[in-house]
Ligand binder design. Structure first.
Ligand SMILES: C[S@@+](CC[C@H](N)C(=O)[O-])C[C@H]1O[C@@H](n2cnc3c(N)ncnc32)[C@H](O)[C@@H]1O
Length: 277
């Protein structure tokens, strides 16, 4: 899938919040923050959040890995002007294939694993990449049962694009694309972690207070992520517009705009753990 860094970055504040919460818990979990040398961010996207890790661990080398050339291009432009640019690098790579050349002290992955079917099977390998005592932190959206996704599935089945889009739409109303906190905790414990902490949070993002997107703030939000593979699968611009219009009408009814913005509840699932010595 191709990504559009500009569209994705439109809601940078809201998208940063879970990353900051995740990193705070990783710091609390990790035994030796003073000796961190290798930090890795898998599925780093546009890299702003990755770059922030150079401040959290000022002695460490920070590497962002992403499979999207478009996102990495944006990330590298950040690196060029960054004060810690000599400790920051971005590499093209698939997190499913990724192997570290050196033991990693902190590995974070934020809002990326959900794109990889069966990603729970990757976690033991990621734990193995950690130095003893090193920490892993992951966050995935747990919103597959939310109206944003339920209405997307409804729009898929309710139009001439149904056959083409049915294989593309991700997850189901039970949220099978991601695991529960208890399942992530179980995977991490079994993979050799201790001090495992797994939880979920529903953020209330109040989108677009300025009204730039009118009644379509939630459409603008999903245009940066979950809507992209569906539109990419439609070859015809007329169909893309018709699908977008049909979906937008449903979203407007489910997420009405208020004078202060458009509230979007967003459930996210987190897990952190420390590799046993
Ligand atoms: C929603 S963005 C999150 C980006 C960033 N972590 C953040 O917090 O803003 C998901 C990112 O995961 C990347 N991604 C998806 N599948 C991937 C894979 N198999 N290997 C590496 N990156 C992947 C995408 O290219 C995209 O940049």
């Amino acid at each position: 899938m191709t990504w559009d860094p500009g569209t994705y970055s439109k809601f940078a504040g809201e998208r940063s919040r879970p990353f900051l919460d995740l990193v705070q818990r990783v710091q609390a979990c990790w035994a030796r923050p003073d000796v961190a040398k290798e930090i890795v961010d898998l599925g780093c996207g546009t890299g702003e959040r990755t770059a922030g890790l150079t401040d959290v661990w000022p002695q460490a080398r920070v590497t962002g890995i992403d499979s999207s050339p478009e996102m990495l291009s944006r990330a590298r432009s950040i690196m060029a002007g960054h004060s810690a640019g000599d400790r920051l690098r971005f590499e093209l790579g698939d997190l499913q294939e990724w192997r570290s050349a050196r033991p990693v002290d902190v590995l974070v992955t934020n809002a990326a694993l959900q794109w990889v079917p069966g990603h729970g099977d990757l976690l033991p390998g990621l734990v193995d990449s950690l130095a003893p005592g090193g920490a892993l932190g992951l966050q995935v959206p747990g919103n597959h049962a939310a109206p944003t996704h339920a209405l997307m599935r409804e729009t898929v089945t309710d139009g001439p694009w149904a056959d083409r889009l049915a294989p593309v739409v991700r997850g189901d109303e039970n949220g099978v694309a991601v695991h529960t906190p208890a399942e992530y905790a179980d995977i991490l414990f079994r993979a050799g972690c201790e001090y495992v902490d797994a939880w979920e949070t529903t953020y209330l993002h109040v989108l677009d207070p300025e009204g730039e997107h009118g009644d379509d703030a939630v459409l603008a939000w999903v245009s940066g992520t979950a809507l992209r593979p569906l539109l990419a699968a439609l070859a015809d611009e007329g169909q893309r517009q018709a699908f977008t219009d049909a979906y937008a009408a449903r979203l407007r009814a489910a997420y009405p705009r208020h004078p202060y913005g458009t509230p979007l509840p967003f459930r996210r699932i987190f897990a952190v753990g420390r590799r046993r010595h």
